[in-house]
Write a protein that binds this ligand. Structure first.
Ligand SMILES: [Zn+2]
Length: 235
């Protein structure tokens, strides 16, 4: 964030701290539950890659491709190319964690196939936010420094869109995880309550990061709205 005065630094800190702490906690939960359940083999000893193939076929999503992607926990479904991208640590692992992660991403593929409205809305916001995430702060601070209320307001508009994006993302993610658990149960890939608990633990840690993202986006928006309201008073 471009910050130019100590006072605003402090203010930003006060606005941002609770959400930041939540985000750090969520990151910690994601890594600790992944570390734990990536070491516990699933009962069927099925790899992430094979589980993905199996779940896609079971869900009538045979047209979805599977590719590798570099990094750790970088697994995602790309709705534009209809491809499931799996990290090596998940694709080659026969762990409980791999089952949960793969099933979640297949959940996104299922959302895509059923034209799930949240996924569409989210995809529609991406191009606006891609330039809005750098244009928003610039417009705001230029407007703020030059005392141009309307310019600053447009900047705040982009922060509002970022908050909407985070808010739309949350139910999409929760829905993908709900589909994941259901699919793992109905296909019999998850065989026991203990395994299901492990999958749940991995998925709810991931969900918490999206809750934290909402908190961060909303607090950030409130901070800029607060600065904006100060401009009005000066007029
Ligand atoms: Zn997801």
């Amino acid at each position: 964030m471009p910050l130019f005065l100590g006072y605003y630094n402090l203010l930003y800190f006060i606005f941002g701290l609770p959400a930041l702490l939540l985000a750090l906690y969520a990151q910690y939960k994601v890594h600790s539950s992944y570390n734990k359940y990536s070491r516990i083999p699933n009962a069927r000893r099925i790899t992430g890659y094979d589980a993905a193939r199996y779940l896609l076929a079971a869900g009538g999503l045979g047209g979805v491709g599977i590719e590798g992607t570099p990094g750790v926990l970088t697994d995602h479904y790309d709705p534009r190319s209809k491809i499931l991208r799996l990290s090596a640590g998940v694709a080659n692992s026969g762990s409980v964690a791999a089952l949960g992660i793969v099933a979640h991403e297949v959940g996104h593929a299922a959302q895509d196939a059923t034209d799930y409205v949240g996924l569409r809305l989210r995809a529609g916001l991406v191009p606006i936010l891609t330039f809005g995430s750098w244009l928003g702060p610039i417009l705001f601070f230029v407007g703020y420094l030059l005392d141009q209320f309307n310019l600053a307001l447009i900047g705040v508009g982009f922060f509002a869109l970022a908050a909407v994006f985070a808010l739309v993302t949350l139910p999409v993610e929760l829905n993908a995880s709900r589909r994941a658990l259901e699919a793992l149960r109905t296909t019999g890939l998850v065989t026991s309550t203990a395994e299901e608990q492990g999958v749940r633990s991995v998925l709810s840690a991931a969900a918490l990061t999206y809750v934290a993202a909402v908190a961060q986006a909303v607090m950030s928006l409130l901070y800029y709205v607060f600065l904006l309201s100060g401009m009005r008073r000066r007029d």
